[in-house]
Design a protein around this ligand. Sequence first.
Ligand code: MLT
Length: 325
Amino acid sequence: MKRLAALLAGVLVSSAGAVHAQGFPTHPITMVVPFAAGGPTDAIARIVAEHMSKALGQQVLVQNELGAGGTTATARVAQAKPDGYTIVMGQMGTHGTAPAVYPKLRYNPVTDFAPIGMATLAPVLIVARKDLPPKDLKELVAYARANAAKLNEGHAGVGSISYTSCTLFNAAMGVKITQVAYRGTGPALNDMLAGQIDLMCDQVVTYVEQVKGGAIKAYAIASNERSPALPNVPTTKEAGLPNFQVTAWSALFAPKGTPPAIIAKLNGALDKALDDENVRKRLTEQGGIVPPKADRTPAWLQAFVKNEVERLTPLLKAALAAQNK
Ligand code: MLT
C-alpha cells in the first residue's frame, strides 16, 4: 500500500513537471549577455532574442551583466533556478577558454549547464586604429616585432574571445604586447575609434561597418576563406600568417537541471530564429555564420563544448607560456 502511494506521488510530481513545461513560458525570459552592450555577443543575442520572443509568445529580454571576461554572469546563470527563465548567451570565451585561465572558475562549462543550441559562428578579424602605420599583415608583423613595447591591444577581459585571439596572435608573431582589459569589446572598439587602442582581434561581428567606412582598418580574417561580409579583407593564410586561425562561436545555455521539455521549447525557438530570413540576413551581413541544422541540437552543443575545452586549454596555455618566457 505504502509502495503504491509512493508510486502515485511520483507520478503526480512528474506530471506536474510536465504541465509546467507544457505551459512554458508564462512570463518573460531573461537572456543574460555576459559582456557590455555594443559588442558581438550582445549583437548576436539581440538578433536571436527578438525572433525567439515571437516564437515563444513571451519577451526574451537581453540583460548585460559584466565582469571577469564574462565569467561572473555565467557563474550566476549556472546557479540560477533551472526553470528556463534565466539563460545565458555563452561563447567560446566563457565556455571554451575560461577554464584555462581561471583556476577557481565557479562553473564547469561542460557539466553545469543544459545546452540549448549553437547560435552563430564568426571568424576572428584583426583590426587596428585607422592610422596605425603598417599597410598589410606582413608589415604589421614586422612592425609589431620592432615596436611591441609601444603597442597595446584591447580585449573583453581575461579568457574572453578577444583576449584569447590576441594572445594566440601574439604567440604566432612571437611578440608580447600590452593588453588592456575592458568589460566587452564594444567599449574597447570605442577607444580604438578614439585612437587610444592600437589593435584588437575579435569575432568579426560588429566591426564590418567601421571597416567599410574606414573608421578602423582590418588586416586579415583568421580563417581559411574570406568573409562575404568583408570580401576585400584577406585571410591570414593569404596574408602570410596561416597558423593563426580562430573561429569564435556563441551559444545558448540554461542551468543544469532545466527540464528537457523546456530545453526543447527554447531550442525550437532558436532553431526558428536561425531559419528566419531577416535573422539570417542580419547575422551574415555582420560576418556571422548561421550554423547548419545538424549543429543546432542540445546534444551536438554538449559534445562540442567538451571538445572545445579540451582543444583550447592547451593552446591558450602554450601561447601564454610562450609570451611569458
Ligand atoms: C569576446 O571578446 O569574448 C567578445 O567579443 C566580447 C563581447 O562580445 O563584447
